[in-house]
Design a protein around this ligand. Structure first.
Ligand SMILES: NC(=O)C1=CN([C@@H]2O[C@H](COP(=O)(O)OP(=O)(O)OC[C@H]3O[C@@H](n4cnc5c(N)ncnc54)[C@H](O)[C@@H]3O)[C@@H](O)[C@H]2O)C=CC1
Ligand SMILES: O=C(O)CCC(=O)C(=O)O
Length: 415
């Protein structure tokens, strides 16, 4: 989805920039780049109309030197092994940036959930987990929600894993509260995006958040909650695009009404009466101060980046920016907060969910949000320190921090 360069090459290029700063040797680079394990599974499913369809699923466990491997499960028609590999490596760096005791993994199924029934999705999720359960588990690899998956999907994961292994709620995070999920996990990623946006906008750029114009691609779990929290902080959400359409309003969209509309219209903002419709492909050119990609990978490219007028970009999505677009933003003086910091709120609260499950404890939402903010703000400062020290971008600064922690763990283990 990144054009000429595949996503893993693109992520590897970013890795090399940070590895150069740290002076990492070729063998250590190889050790850190090559995933521990990559699995492809074929899943035959009897569809509701009686036909048999074979789906492809993937799980890449990139690195487990700092703890069990951790990362989401995504459903998308264009998903392939290369994309999952790239996203798995980003999880290793993300858990290291925020210093939680996990490695990195990612998985998914090549399917279009918009064209499938709940029953078909349940069968497919169960088949996927049944094929992979021997490499999953609370101390091995712990899945979570990602693009087009949610708490219900994680409930099926819990149930299917439990068939072979007994009831182990810590085997998956992002579960419904009723099944041992954590308060605050659903909103956690969007909350983290909003907190990072606030820190960068007010403390790094020295601007007022009240009235600042925000445009978002994606209004699902990440984009929807990010918009809600930023609205509460006084920002103006002026444009939102999703798979179904796009709406804008210079004076600011009413975010609560927009969320209600999306809930009642198959998750899309299309047709919202409180704004003007526009072509979703035009989202990057919308006049705004803060731009938040919160949907797909590889969407900010050499072709789309020149149109961006924002002063700050906050990556809610995983890997939305290609290296070419990164360069364009740097040259234009646009500050970009990378995914491995900006959207880490989700995995931070997944860590809290795992901890609560292992201890059979339940924390309140206020406790969860307070702890999330503490870790995220510390990580923000840690990255900022690397940026100052090396005069680099925030992406490279975050990677320098992460690679430092992972290589240290490697060497302590004797590698
Ligand atoms: N859910 C989580 O906790 C985390 C998610 N992320 C990342 O955030 C991104 C979004 O994930 P979620 O919000 O969980 O997914 P979601 O499935 O809840 O929402 C996805 C949103 O993207 C929109 N979208 C899909 N295709 C589109 C297209 N072609 N053009 C424009 N919009 C499109 C959908 O309409 C929807 O609004 C992904 O890149 C994911 O990796 C990162 C960290 C954690
Ligand atoms: O909550 C988690 O474990 C990981 C979510 C995820 O896939 C991500 O942060 O990109």
């Amino acid at each position: 989805m990144t054009g000429a360069m595949n996503l893993f090459d693109s992520v590897s290029r970013q890795f090399d920039e940070a590895a150069d700063i740290l002076g990492l040797s070729q063998d250590i680079r190889e050790l850190l780049k090559i995933p521990y394990r990559e699995i492809t599974v074929a899943m035959p499913i009897r569809m509701d109309d009686g036909t048999l369809k074979v789906f492809k699923g993937y799980r890449v466990q990139h690195n487990g030197v700092r703890g069990p491997q951790k990362g989401g499960l995504r459903f998308h028609p264009d998903l392939d092994l290369d994309e999952v590999r790239a996203l798995a490596s980003l999880m290793t760096w993300k858990t290291a940036v925020v210093n939680i005791p996990f490695g990195g993994a990612k998985g998914g199924i090549q399917c279009d959930p918009a064209k499938m029934s709940q029953h078909e999705l349940e069968m497919l999720t169960r088949r996927y987990i049944s094929k992979l359960s021997m490499v999953l588990g609370p101390t091995r690899d712990v899945p979570a929600p990602d693009l087009n998956t949610n708490a219900q999907t994680m409930a099926w994961v819990l149930d299917e894993y439990g068939r072979k292994n007994g009831y182990q709620p810590a085997c998956v995070t992002g579960k419904p509260i009723e099944l041992g999920g954590s308060q605050g996990r659903e909103a956690a990623t969007g909350k983290g995006v909003a907190l990072c946006t606030r820190e960068a906008w007010t403390k790094v750029l020295g601007k007022e958040l009240k009235g600042a114009r925000v445009a978002l691609q994606g209004f699902g779990n990440v984009g929807g909650f990010a918009a809600t929290f930023l609205g509460e902080m006084g920002a103006r959400v002026v444009a939102v695009a999703d798979r179904g359409g796009a709406v804008r309003r210079t004076e600011g969209l009413e975010v609560t009404a927009l969320s209600d509309h999306a809930r009642r219209h198959q998750g899309t903002v299309a047709g919202f009466p409180g704004g003007e419709a526009f072509d979703p492909a035009e989202i990057w050119a919308q006049p705004c101060d803060i731009l938040i990609p919160a949907a797909l990978s590889g969407v900010l490219t050499q072709a789309t980046a020149p149109a961006v007028t924002a002063r700050l970009i906050v990556e809610g999505a995983s890997a939305p920016t290609t290296p070419e677009a990164d360069r364009i933003f740097r040259d234009k003086g646009i500050l970009l907060l990378p995914d491995i910091l900006a959207n880490a709120g989700g995995v931070i609260v997944s860590y809290f969910e795992w901890v609560q499950n292992l201890q059979q404890l339940f924390w309140t939402e206020a406790e969860v949000f307070e702890k999330e903010e503490k870790i995220l703000l510390q990580s923000f400062q840690d990255v900022q320190e690397r940026v100052r020290q090396h005069g680099c971008t925030w992406r490279v600064g975050a990677l320098v921090l992460a690679l430092g922690r992972v290589t240290k763990a490697n060497s302590l283990r004797g590698w």
